[in-house]
Design a protein around this ligand. Structure first.
Ligand code: TYD
Length: 208
């Protein structure tokens, strides 16, 4: 059976991941590919309940509890959606994956990055993406986009700018450490231009 392709999108809040993942999905479907679109947190029924707890429950959640909740969501998503789809040879496009845990719970919440990564890898039974697209945006620009959306901030979005600066720096460091897996794109470029850059990289992967 042809192995599938696992593509994740990462970046700070307001970096345009959802827009680009929808565009990428449309392009691949038009090309006749079978695409499964998932997200973390909340790609499954259980994940939706966990997402509510993680992002919208009132009151304090201890950083290690937060890391475990994201890991639980990831374990269930990988076991029930991602792995079965990849085994069928499908393409999985996913908004956020383990790099978000390393950036937000590791750098943001100041937990040990290696421990957070190991926890995620345990949850996902070692599954790493074939390609991770990092939409890089400076913190002030991300904040301005969120403000323009006029929505109520979730638990992570409500964090201060220094938290989001640590998150951004961590994403960039992760990308620098694994240049073959990551494609870093300037999120201030026009939407069409970003989509073209992403397509070009995905085309190369599909041709392999
Ligand atoms: P997301 O669904 O991208 O937010 P939205 O749809 O509101 O733009 O992600 C929700 C939040 O969860 C986001 O602030 C990042 C955070 N997050 C973590 O802190 N750790 C993780 O492992 C993941 C997957 C997300």
């Amino acid at each position: 059976m042809a192995p599938g392709l696992f593509i994740t999108l990462e970046g700070g809040d307001g970096s345009g991941k959802s827009t680009q993942s929808v565009l990428l999905e449309g392009w691949l479907v038009d090309d006749g590919r079978i695409v499964v679109h998932s997200r973390e947190p909340g790609g499954t029924e259980l994940g939706l309940e966990l997402r509510e707890i993680i992002l919208h429950s009132r009151g304090y959640i201890a950083p290690r509890a937060e890391a475990l909740l994201y890991a639980a969501d990831r374990a269930h998503n990988v076991a029930t959606i991602v792995r079965p789809s990849l085994a069928r040879g499908e393409i999985v496009i996913q908004d956020r994956y383990l790099d978000s845990s390393v950036a937000y719970q590791g750098a943001g919440r100041v937990l040990d990055a290696v421990e957070v990564r190991d926890l995620s890898l345990w949850a996902a039974e070692g599954l790493l993406p074939d390609l991770t697209i990092l939409l890089d945006l400076d913190v002030a620009a991300g904040r301005a986009r969120l403000d323009a959306d006029d929505k109520v901030f979730d638990r992570l979005e409500a964090e201060k700018d220094d938290f989001h600066t640590r998150v951004r720096d961590s994403f960039l460091a992760l990308a620098a450490a694994e240049p073959e897996r990551f494609l870093v794109v300037d999120a201030t470029l026009p939407v069409d231009r970003i989509a073209t850059i992403i397509r070009s990289r995905v085309s190369t992967l599909l041709a392999l």
